[in-house]
Design a protein around this ligand. Structure first.
Ligand code: COA
Length: 199
């Protein structure tokens, strides 16, 4: 199963498959079973840079944002993050092909809060149902860490990203973008006894 892939396998998910999306359209892919493995920077640094740049493009953000020359600044940051939390910085494998990337960790604090830096699927994999697998992995990761809340930032111009987060239960922290022009979103993971907060 892990043939030829260096680095630790840290998590695995086989996704329940449904052929119909939430708006009733038929999905047009075969099986979406995927495996999540810690990013192997020695082998896949260039791919990481490429995917990161594309994620910025999808958000209409400058492609060199936080990247440095040839992506060096990003790779230094990513290497430190992988060392800190290998299970949260993963490539998404479908067979022997990398189809996506996730970056997440628990931010220290009281209480600790989960934060996702990147959800990414290759363009040809979007709309296939694999997005559900990425979200399932993310929930399981943070539930296993005992974190009650997860946060992320999304560009208001990233309509697809916003729709994706909303349909998976994320809510806007504020309708207004922050000082960097990004919308903050959060996902509560545990229901409080005594009723939900619908605000
Ligand atoms: C974010 C990402 C992982 C989501 O995966 P995905 O497979 O595209 O997600 P899904 O197709 O399941 O969900 C997207 C939803 O947005 C809808 N959508 C697509 N284009 C849209 C648009 N322009 N405006 C509004 N909604 C849109 C889809 O119809 C779908 O909803 P549905 O399942 O009810 O039909 C993927 O799109 C991606 O990698 N994008 C590039 C990187 C990125 O933007 N990451 C987020 C940065 S914060």
């Amino acid at each position: 199963m892990n043939s030829g892939v260096a680095g630790a396998r840290t998590a695995r998910a086989v996704v329940p498959w449904t052929p119909v999306s939430s708006n009733g359209r038929l999905r047009v892919v075969d099986t979406p079973a995927v495996t999540f493995r810690t990013i192997d920077l020695a082998r896949h640094a260039a791919l990481c840079v490429e995917l990161r740049r594309d994620s910025y493009a999808c958000s209409f953000l400058p492609a060199d944002r936080h990247m440095g020359a040839d992506g060096g600044e990003y790779l230094t940051w990513l290497a430190a993050r992988i060392a800190e939390e290998p299970a949260g910085h993963v490539h998404v494998w479908r067979g022997d092909e990398i189809v996506g990337q996730l970056e997440m960790r628990v931010r220290p604090g009281e209480p600790p809060v989960g934060h996702v830096n990147l959800f990414y699927l290759l363009p040809e994999q979007r709309g296939s149902g694999l997005g559900d697998a990425l979200m399932d992995f993310t929930r399981e990761f943070f539930v296993s860490r005992g974190v009650p809340l997860v946060t992320l930032y999304v560009s208001p111009r990233n309509a697809r990203g916003l729709a994706y987060y909303r349909k998976h239960g994320w809510r806007l922290v504020s309708p207004e973008p922050n000082e960097r022009g990004m919308l903050a979103m959060e996902l509560p993971l545990l229901t409080r006894p005594g009723g939900a907060d619908d605000a």
